[in-house]
Design a protein around this ligand. Structure first.
Ligand code: HEC
Ligand code: HEC
Length: 154
């Protein structure tokens, strides 16, 4: 019994040691300063992929959401100075909520739509400001009579 306890304690200890060793050996230790909505354990590569995806979906550069530290002459990615960055956090939360709430369906009747859901590009399509315009089939253009922002004639 005592021996068992000792062995278990040793095993436990050695796995902790291994884990610590592995973590400190990891070459890609992120250590982000201000990551609040994304998983905190993303590697640099994974975070970079997300950031690229957001930038491409909105058709913008990193500087659309991030400020530059002029004194240090480099980007200050941890700063929350730009409202666009705050908006992006909200958008990310909204997207996850929509996906978990409304895209649970495994498949539709045709066996399609497996685990689809939405991402930034579903709405943004390379545009930071998705327009609230509804295609009206030719006659009435955006902002025209009857269209959003236009006066209603008939
Ligand atoms: C649409 C807005 C947006 C764009 C564009 C964007 N980011 Fe971000 N970025 C964010 C948000 C929001 C966070 C914080 C995420 C969180 O809180 O979980 C973040 C976090 C980061 C961080 C982590 C900083 C830290 O230490 O906390 C880095 C690094 C980063 N971005 C780099 C980039 C790079 C490089 C680009 C360009 C390829 C880019 N970002 C484009 C919104 C954006
Ligand atoms: C369901 C549709 C939808 C999805 C999904 C979506 N957005 Fe948006 N987003 C919008 C709309 C609509 C606006 C408001 C546009 C406006 O006011 O001009 C907006 C605005 C923004 C803005 C503010 C732009 C500004 O100049 O203030 C940012 C930043 C943004 N979205 C980032 C994202 C990111 C990043 C994602 C994915 C994580 C995302 N959005 C997903 C619809 C969406």
């Amino acid at each position: 019994m005592l021996l068992n306890r000792k062995i278990i304690a040793m095993l436990g200890l050695s796995s902790v040691v291994t884990l610590v060793a592995l973590t400190s050996m990891a070459p890609d230790k992120p250590g982000y300063k201000n990551v609040k909505v994304l998983p905190k354990n993303l590697t640099h590569q994974q975070l970079g992929k997300v950031m690229d995806e957001w930038a491409h979906s909105l058709g913008v550069n990193c500087g659309f959401c991030h400020v530059r530290d002029e004194a240090a002459k480099k980007m200050d990615f941890a700063s929350d100075a730009k409202p666009e960055k705050i908006a992006a956090r909200q958008m990310y939360k909204m997207m996850n909520k929509i996906n978990s709430k409304f895209f649970k369906a495994e498949k539709d009747s045709l066996g399609m739509m497996a685990r689809t859901g939405i991402n930034c590009n579903t709405c943004h399509r390379g545009n930071p400001h998705p327009e609230l315009k509804v295609p009206e089939g030719g006659r009435r253009g955006p902002g025209g009579p009857g269209g959003p922002g236009g006066e209603k004639k008939d």
